[in-house]
Design a protein around this ligand. Structure first.
Ligand code: AQP
Length: 325
């Protein structure tokens, strides 16, 4: 199967990105044809510093590799190096009603957060994401829950295009992890953990041990003192239990049993210790890779060359079907 997924180079990657998306990619690359992309054109749809963008791209690439992405097994590149993404997005924009874009949850939330008049790029974000996916004829798209609606829209776009111009695109399907599809903010367990929610709300993959401990100990919990998974009544502890379960590979029941009779403080101390241990290899690998600029460039250039061939082939077919050549 063809698999596509991307990540925005818009700051420090956090454990939500890892548990919701990156962890799946590492598994999928063993059994499928995977294409993974640093989506810089998506990163500029919200306020950003142009002087920081290249560094953010390099940092994201390093984290991908540190997490286990293998450039021998998957195609790995930077989105803006392949012009076909923007080209296809423009063409797909001619078949998708504006109303479909206006009802996207991410657009509604982010445009509200930004307050000042949201830009057309933010509204058109899902068209570019559909182009990313359809350009490579992806059948599976591993993402977190927040991106599910965009993948469904990509399906809708593919369906509309195929109906109008003849079968061209594969129908992509969202691939959500059974657990960890939506890791919540440490400061507000009713909201998604996100880079834009502020540093205290997430654990970055490269946070120091001291920072991890401080953030976990300050994480918002719920009334009562029992360590029990109950999303409705105990969203804070349930979120921490989910994180604990995914990193320790123990079931929720096992963890509840382990902490029976103990309080939040004991549990948080153990969780902090677990995260410190599990994130240590990222940091070691990241340090190593940071010194290998040329190696990194070679991987991304090689990936772009392979992606270009696939992208050109789809664009040729799309242009022909739309009567452009
Ligand atoms: N909290 C989360 N839980 C599970 N999965 C998540 N993802 C993001 N947050 C969570 C998934 O990570 C992948 C890459 O996300 P992204 O960085 O490209 O975009 P994002 O969703 O916009 O990430 P953030 O952290 O929320 O950034 P901001 O604050 O800038 O919007 C995606 O597959 C996403 O689903």
């Amino acid at each position: 199967m063809k698999v596509f997924s991307g990540i925005r180079p818009s700051g420090q990657l956090h454990i939500g990105n890892y548990l919701g998306a990156m962890r799946q990619w590492i598994k999928l690359q063993e059994i499928h044809d995977c294409i993974f992309c640093i989506v810089d054109l998506h990163a500029i749809t919200t306020p950003y510093d142009p002087g920081e963008l290249q560094k953010n791209i390099t940092d994201a690439a390093i984290i991908y590799l540190a997490a286990g992405l293998d450039p021998e097994k998957s195609i790995f590149f930077v989105q803006s190096n392949i012009e076909e993404h923007s080209e296809l997005a423009w063409l797909l924009g001619t078949i998708i009603p504006v109303g479909d874009l206006l009802r996207m949850t991410q657009y509604k939330e982010k445009s509200q957060e930004l307050r000042k008049s949201p830009k057309a790029g933010l509204l058109n974000y899902p068209i570019l994401m559909a182009a990313d996916i359809l350009l490579y004829q992806a059948e599976l798209v591993p993402v977190g829950k927040d991106q599910q609606q965009h993948v469904e829209l990509a399906r809708e776009i593919a369906r509309k295009f195929n109906r109008k111009f003849g079968k061209t695109f594969e129908m992509p399907e969202v691939f959500l992890p059974k657990m960890g599809a939506k890791i919540m903010s440490l400061q507000n367990p009713r909201k998604k953990m996100a880079k834009s929610e502020g540093k205290e709300s997430y654990i970055a993959l490269l946070d120091s041990s001291k920072t991890i401990k401080e953030k976990i100990m300050k994480a918002v919990t719920d009334p009562g003192k029992e360590i029990k998974y109950d999303l409705q009544r105990k969203p804070g502890i349930s979120n921490l239990l989910t994180i604990y379960s995914l990193f320790s590979e123990k079931s929720l029941k096992e963890i509840e049993k382990e902490f029976k009779g103990k309080g939040y403080e004991d549990f948080k101390k153990s969780l902090a210790q677990l995260l410190i241990e599990k994130l240590e290899p990222f940091k070691t690998k990241q340090k190593e890779l940071s010194k290998k600029e040329e190696y990194l460039e070679k991987i991304l250039d090689g990936g772009a060359k392979k992606a270009k061939v696939l992208a050109q082939s789809t664009m040729k077919e799309v242009s022909q079907k739309m009567g452009l050549i």
